[in-house]
Write a protein that binds this ligand. Structure first.
Ligand code: AMP
Length: 620
């Protein structure tokens, strides 16, 4: 496919704010894409050059993009910088200058998606001496051959700010829409949907539209199931392009490719948990970071909760997986936490997280050795264990994991008594742990979802919400007074709407930000800021600068209140908002789509209401 064609689709998508229209345009683009380009196009839509778990580092900042534009167009760096200050988006600047190049483009050729992708890959891979010049040359070569619109997107890709507003859910919806005709051939699905529609008494005139909508949903679910066990939407799109719907069957768990983690629900008391689960396993909740470990003979991969490859960061865990686990092929999950051998105490999250680093790995490994507490098993010796009940998975884990120096199993009890659960909870807290996670004995491993298979109970903070909220930064306000020096005074944050794949405002945060936080945040947010509201953001409040939803922060608040200005979970003219929100930490381990979502916020609001009512009754 010619890059010109892709750029004109991107242009259309950028101008569209309705998700439905966006999905239609994207579906058309993906249907048109040839076998050679589809994977590359999907990666570019995701703002990447490879699957989620593949590292992406362009090592090319604004300065170099400006230099490349200058080199390709003959305009001076000064002229380009001036325009950049005016527009705040290098994409638009590249578009303007590249459409009026001063020098004739001597070696200009028509750009294909393949060519652009190859140059970008090279840019992300070159290292060492002379790499800067080479990156510059490759970028200028693209601008040299690109039209205005093409340049807009070429400039934005290495800056990791494509501004298309396409999330993975939209890509999956588009893929599903393209399989509609084949879905309709599936007699079983057809029967299921028709039965559902008859029960709901869908009217004759709405029948076809509703049937198609439901079929697309079904297809989308099937695609998502596969994406959850195989984190590579590019590869999935390619398989669907070549083999159509039949290809889905071929996608299976593979060693080295991360599985999306299952997520925990929350409840407020031991009684509620027992009422919900009955007899259940109760495990200590360790406050470290979650890792997914894959082992195939002598080869080991370690992935973070966000599916980033972190193998090189944890040599101690890699060694332990090879030595302490005597199976050939296995995928398991656990929490890694720093531990003081002398005192027998767990270290705080702040100290544990210092192990996530690129440099000085060996020294930090000695200073803060990690322990891995394994809590789940997904794959063993060629067999998928995700479908098996938790009890069976745990039994198998007991067989393959002993009490190793580094690796052991999470501490657990099985009970159907709230008092026993509470006792175990108190014991965990007294050891400096975060609380407990209760687990449904019969549940499968539900990748990427929050179902009541796991329920967390954390220490409660008097007068505060029981749990923190993970919000996504969608904008910021420039500072007043002392804070002007940072150019950032408060943050506008949002929760995720999983139904609409958008981010809705929930709180404006000015407290909890230390000077160091402010300086750090301003540096990273400035790069993705704009004067235009991003496509996936919904907010009636207007910050001084909008930012692409990318960074997640942990927020504590006194309570959730109804609000006329915020849009999260809006009903009858009122949304939900956080009262006295304060920033606790920047959650680099979470993707924006993994932040607190609207449904959870509604649940927390309902739980809070219930507790308030109970308290009032007690005080009465
Ligand atoms: P939260 O991040 O508060 O939603 O809590 C869920 C997280 O707790 C998981 O993603 C794990 O990282 C962590 N965790 C700690 N201990 C356990 C355990 N025993 N079982 C499952 N998850 C655990």
């Amino acid at each position: 496919m010619q890059f010109k064609e892709l750029a004109s689709y991107f242009d259309l998508i950028e101008k569209t704010s309705s998700r439905l229209d966006m999905t239609k345009i994207l579906a058309e683009l993906l249907e048109k894409a040839d076998e050679e380009s589809i994977k590359k196009i999907v990666f570019l839509c995701q703002g990447r050059l490879g699957a989620n778990y593949e590292k992406l580092e362009f090592g090319l900042g604004e300065k170099m993009v400006i230099e490349a534009i200058a080199k390709a167009t003959g305009f001076t760096k000064k002229e380009i910088e001036k325009k950049f200050r005016e527009k705040g988006d290098l994409g638009l600047v590249a578009e303007e200058f590249c459409s009026q190049k001063k020098q004739s483009a001597l070696f200009s050729t028509e750009l294909t998606v393949k060519k652009v992708f190859e140059n970008l890959i090279k840019i992300s891979q070159v290292e060492g001496t002379g790499s800067k010049e080479l990156k510059l040359k490759l970028m200028a070569e693209l601008f040299n051959s690109a039209s205005g619109t093409e340049s807009r997107f070429i400039a934005r890709i290495p800056l990791e700010n494509l501004r298309l507003g396409i999330g993975d859910p939209t890509i999956m919806d588009a893929l599903a829409a393209n399989l509609l005709d084949e879905g309709k051939q599936n007699a079983e699905w057809k029967k299921e949907i028709e039965k559902e529609m008859k029960e709901k008494k869908i009217k004759e005139k709405n029948w076809i539209d509703e049937f198609d909508r439901k079929m697309k949903l079904k297809l989308r679910e099937r695609i998502e199931e596969k994406y959850n066990i195989y984190s590579d939407l590019g590869a999935i799109s390619e398989i669907l392009k070549v083999k159509r719907l039949n290809g889905l069957k071929e996608i299976q768990i593979q060693l080295g490719i991360p599985i999306r983690p299952t997520l925990a629900e929350r409840l407020n008391s031991p009684e509620e948990i027992i009422k919900k689960l009955g007899k259940c396993a109760v495990e200590s909740k360790y406050d470290g970071f979650r890792i997914q470990c894959h082992k195939e003979g002598k080869k080991v991969w370690i992935y973070s909760r966000q599916s980033e490859n972190m193998t090189s960061m944890f040599p101690d865990i890699v060694k332990a997986l090879k030595e302490e686990i005597k199976t050939e092929k296995v995928i398991l999950e656990g929490e890694a936490i720093a531990f003081n051998e002398l005192t027998g105490n767990f270290l705080s999250f702040q100290l544990t997280i210092q192990r996530k680093r690129k440099y000085g790995i060996e020294d930090k490994a000695k200073e803060f050795p990690l322990k891995l507490f394994v809590f789940d098993l997904m794959f063993l010796e060629g067999k998928n264990f995700m479908e098996k009940p938790f009890l069976e998975r745990r039994k198998k884990l007991n067989e393959i994991i002993g009490k190793g120096k580094t690796i052991s199993l999470t501490k657990t009890i099985t009970t159907d008594k709230a008092e026993k659960l509470e006792e175990f909870f108190e014991e965990s807290i007294s050891k400096g742990l975060e609380g407990i996670i209760a687990k449904d004995l019969n549940a499968k491993y539900i990748a990427g979802k929050r179902k009541f298979a796991w329920i967390k109970l954390k220490r409660s903070y008097k007068g505060e919400l029981n749990d923190s909220i993970d919000g996504v930064i969608i904008g910021y306000y420039t500072g007043k007074g002392k804070r002007t020096e940072f150019g950032l005074g408060a943050l506008l944050t949002a929760v995720y709407s999983e139904k609409e794949d958008v981010f809705k405002s929930v709180a404006k945060i000015g407290t909890g930000l230390t000077d160091k936080n402010l300086a750090e945040l301003e540096k990273i947010l400035k790069k993705i800021s704009s004067k235009k509201k991003p496509a996936r953001v919904q907010s009636e409040l207007e910050p001084d600068f909008w930012v692409e939803p990318k960074y997640v922060i942990e927020i504590r608040a006194d309570e959730i209140t109804k609000s006329p200005v915020h849009l999260a979970a809006k009903r009858e003219g009122k949304g939900l908002a956080l009262r006295f929100p304060r920033l606790i930490s920047i959650r680099t381990d979470k993707k924006p789509e993994e932040a607190t979502n609207e449904t959870e916020l509604k649940k927390m609001f309902a739980q809070q209401k219930q507790i308030n009512e109970e308290n009032q009754e007690q005080n009465y």
